[in-house]
Write a protein that binds this ligand. Sequence first.
Ligand code: ZN
Ligand code: ZN
Length: 81
Amino acid sequence: MLQLRPNCECCNTDLPPDSGAAKICSFECTFCASCAEGVLGGSCPNCGGELVVRPRRPVQKLIQHPPSAERIFKPLGCAAS
Ligand SMILES: [Zn+2]
Ligand SMILES: [Zn+2]
């Protein structure tokens, strides 16, 4: 099950579970759309994998399966190379 991390690793912007702007790689490194499509060029800076739109979890499922509250923020990891 997806963790649904709460923020972008690059710019620390909030990405709530109902956000359509969240992008993830296969390891669930999580970024906002502007970082993913901008500075990152569509690739995860941690693993090199592709970033795709994170599916939204229906609100009624979030009660039983809440999103992760752990913020991961690595501003150095996504500096333009
Ligand atoms: Zn971002
Ligand atoms: Zn990754």
